[in-house]
Write a protein that binds this ligand. Sequence first.
Ligand code: PBG
Length: 329
Amino acid sequence: MLIRPRRLRLNSQIRALTAETRLNPSMLVYPIFIREGKNIVEEISAMPGQFRYSPDEKLCYALEKVVNNKISSVLFFGIPDEDKKDEIASPAWDENGVVQQAIRLAKKNFPELNIIADVCMCEYTNHGHCGMVNEKSGVIENDVSLNILERIAISQVQAGADIVAPSAMLDGQVQAIRNALDNENFYDALIFSYAVKYASSFYGPFREAAGSAPSFGDRKSYQMNPRNVREAVKEALTDIDEGADMIILKPALSYLDVIKTVHEKILNPVAAYSVSGEYSMIKAAAQKGWLNETQIISEMAIATARAGADILITYYANELANLMNTGNL
Ligand code: PBG
């Protein structure tokens, strides 16, 4: 036999030498939930091991761990008090809003960490939708919502966010935000657009975590149809034309073909977001002893990177970084 593929699998040193996919903690983004209040670390029941933090020392402890693990970036989601929510998501662009407080605190204490802020309305509206709702028809109104997304993004960058991540899946949101930021001379603020966001049941635990489930209907009129992949390329290209610097695709695990296709078609960095439902599935199976958590999260991270993701957004960022830093991934 002239060709023996098994020679390249002979031992761990040879496997390491010939690995096609290599991972590094700098490619990781850790999503963090910040809720109003003081001195709070509250476990999210559908996501054991993930917490809601108040914007004070409690958040700083979590950030310190992230920085020590050499993770480059965090993604902030805000959870305002229930009674502050309204039709127009006012707590989202309040300069003393929960995310704005968290950004200022994080930037002051960890200037080297990239702070990414999610730009959306659903956590801040009383109806739980990502845009304004037409009272008569119940339709999510696109164009009138853009102005609100602009305000949210500006307030986050004013507070010190390096990167804004619009996730409302409204048409024209990237262009609107880019223009608004440029008008305020925020030329260097990056836009990390959730260009390809499917209408997915994998977001279930997130909606429990952030209290952002829609009070009526679903998100299928703005988030993408899971049956489509060419449309994902269109969404990505459109956002890049509108000024997106990097794009996000989500969920990750069930959409590896989409990651691969989009990565081949665009020249900007592509991030895959392994969403809450992916985390909770693994956690639940691991807690029952049905899966080996460490091995499963490693394999999933490798698969996502192999499909073409340059950046991984994951609730397992700390665990993955640990494995990478100790030479185990
Ligand atoms: C806000 C937003 C959602 C997620 C990220 N940004 C929820 C949704 O669209 O319902 C989901 C992330 C996750 O499930 O981990 N629009």
